[in-house]
Design a protein around this ligand. Sequence first.
Ligand SMILES: Cc1cc2nc3c(=O)[nH]c(=O)nc-3n(C[C@H](O)[C@H](O)[C@H](O)COP(=O)(O)O)c2cc1C
Length: 185
Amino acid sequence: MDVMEAIRTRRSIRKFQDRPVAEEKLRAVLEAARLAPSWANLQCWRFVVVKNPETRSAIGDLSYVESFFAPKGYKTNPARSALSEAPVVIVACADPEKSGDLGEQYYYMTDMGIAAENLMLSAHAQGLGTVFVGVFDEEKVRDLLGVPANIRIVGLFPLGYPEGEKKEGPPRKPLEEIVFEEKWK
Ligand SMILES: Cc1cc2nc3c(=O)[nH]c(=O)nc-3n(C[C@H](O)[C@H](O)[C@H](O)COP(=O)(O)O)c2cc1C
């Protein structure tokens, strides 16, 4: 699969088969994240790989943040069951001190975002699926996994074999709407 095809056909996967992920596939996904570019090549990311079913289920429970979802009419995080169903959850963490900032721009989020896309594309290219889960109770996940106070937890990535028919993704804005020529218009 070439890069453009992987980018075009990747989808957020929230349903998984009850089937383990081979260690070499998991390593390849982590390797793709490892090779991402980062601020001054500081590589601020750290990953906690969770396979224990009780821990995954507890992480799923912590993905419902009432103050975020309730006003939107959501009773749960759409990815909640994915976190307990998938055989692996990759918890993506970042050390802000090992990245840069300029004004109010914190580049640890950028670094992690790039690594996350590498991770998701590698999963997809290997026939696996994942979804970036960005809404969760960070402090409780921190306590559960023993993540130090100076480290931010940026995303949770349930990883496994997709279950069910592949769906069309939500539409993207056309280039005409998001690209300006020469100056912002
Ligand atoms: C930073 C970020 C946070 C996200 N958080 C969640 C989440 O908490 N729960 C969820 O179900 N999907 C989450 N998503 C997935 C998006 O909803 C999804 O990527 C988007 O709707 C586009 O669909 P696609 O990934 O299938 O193309 C998140 C995506 C990103 C990039």
